[in-house]
Design a protein around this ligand. Structure first.
Ligand SMILES: Nc1ncnc2c1ncn2[C@@H]1O[C@H](COP(=O)(O)OP(=O)(O)OP(=O)(O)O)[C@@H](O)[C@H]1O
Ligand SMILES: [Mg+2]
Length: 327
């Protein structure tokens, strides 16, 4: 279940996905730095519970935006906080809706919910909603995602939850009908509309629909799938690609990372060939710290600009050379 008002997703969203260790965080950091250097108001957000952005930028990050360089701020989402908040939210809703439950029975419910599967992705979705609400005024939000399984669950959550809440709504309507039969009191439409549970289900439905639209909104949301030339990474990326396509979320870029003269040019699976590809070579110096990232970007300006034009459609100076950067 989600909470909060309808979201406004004006900022462009770019998600970096991929198998563990392929370079999602590094590619996200390079992209965020590149866009900020070109004058875009950029926020890099680590949605991976095992955070890396602070290490990459050699700074401290928390769940509040922290300035990295002019135009670029970073956040590392505190998953434990969002799980606690989600559980509290549920507790409040159950108490509010089922006022007849005793404290003992409530405690029983909470114990079950606390250990139920799926808490992590619900927590990430709540955090994501909050970020969209708070930072919609940014030009770009860059999301550094967790490895495959959790990320696919994250993107699947709105669609699956919608199926659930639609069933719940039908069930609730059935209960109301049965109640009418038993009590012989026909509930007028207004009373049904005032049914707390029906109202709550409707709110959840609206929020999941909004999220589903954001994920499928090609104008504002882009998925960059990071992979390495090795067979395991390619195989897992293919599964991610298929998994996302099944839910109508296209992959917009392949980021082929850690390319060397030895592994360069090996053909990727044909399924990847229709997707534009960014190639990032294996760096001989560690891609840690703003200076090293800047140096790595310096010889790849044109490629980054070409693959990120959508993020700056309203900022025609995106193609400006490095020399024109602000200090
Ligand atoms: N192009 C590159 N050249 C050299 N080293 C790289 C490159 N890309 C990533 N690395 C290094 O590879 C390691 C893994 O990169 P990174 O942490 O970005 O991957 P990840 O996909 O985010 O990993 P995780 O799944 O653990 O979050 C790091 O040590 C990083 O510095
Ligand atoms: Mg990472």
């Amino acid at each position: 279940m989600c909470n909060g008002a309808v979201m406004d997703a004006k900022a462009k969203n770019i998600f970096f996905l991929g198998k563990g260790g392929v370079g999602k965080s590094t590619s996200a950091a390079l992209t965020a730095l590149f866009l900020a250097r070109r004058g875009l108001r950029t926020l890099v957000v680590s949605l991976d519970p095992a955070h890396n952005q602070a290490d990459i930028f050699e700074t401290r990050l928390s769940d509040k935006p922290h300035r990295i360089v002019p135009g670029l701020r970073g956040i590392e989402v505190d998953q434990a906080y969002w799980i606690r908040r989600y559980l509290k939210d549920i507790q409040r809703q159950i108490q509010h809706t089922y006022t007849y439950l005793t404290a003992f029975n409530l405690e029983k419910y909470f114990k079950v919910i606390k250990y139920s599967p799926g808490l992590e992705e619900y927590a990430l979705i709540l955090a994501y909603q909050e970020i969209l609400r708070r930072y919609a005024d940014h030009d770009v939000l860059i999301f550094d995602m967790a490895p495959t399984a959790l990320s696919l669950k994250f993107f699947n959550l709105p669609r699956l939850s919608l199926i659930w809440v639609e069933h719940l709504l039908a069930l609730r309507r059935e209960i109301i009908k049965k109640r009418e039969l038993i009590t012989k009191i026909k509930l007028v439409k207004r009373e049904i509309e005032q049914d707390k549970i029906v109202n709550h289900i409707h709110t959840s439905m609206r929020e999941y629909q909004t999220l589903k639209h954001i994920f499928e909104d090609h104008d504002n949301t882009r998925i960059y799938l990071v992979l390495n030339p090795d067979p395991l990474s390619r195989a897992e990326s293919l599964r991610i690609l298929n998994g996302l396509e099944e839910i109508n979320i296209p992959v917009n870029r392949i980021v082929l990372n850690k390319v060397t003269p030895e592994n360069d040019g090996k053909p990727l699976d044909p399924a990847f060939s229709r997707i534009p590809q960014m190639t990032l070579s294996l760096s001989t110096t560690a891609l840690i710290g703003v200076d090293n990232l800047d140096r790595y970007l310096a010889s790849r300006e044109e490629m980054f600009a070409r693959h990120l034009t959508f993020a700056a459609a309203h900022r025609p100076h995106l193609g400006r050379p490095v020399a024109a950067r602000q200090p």
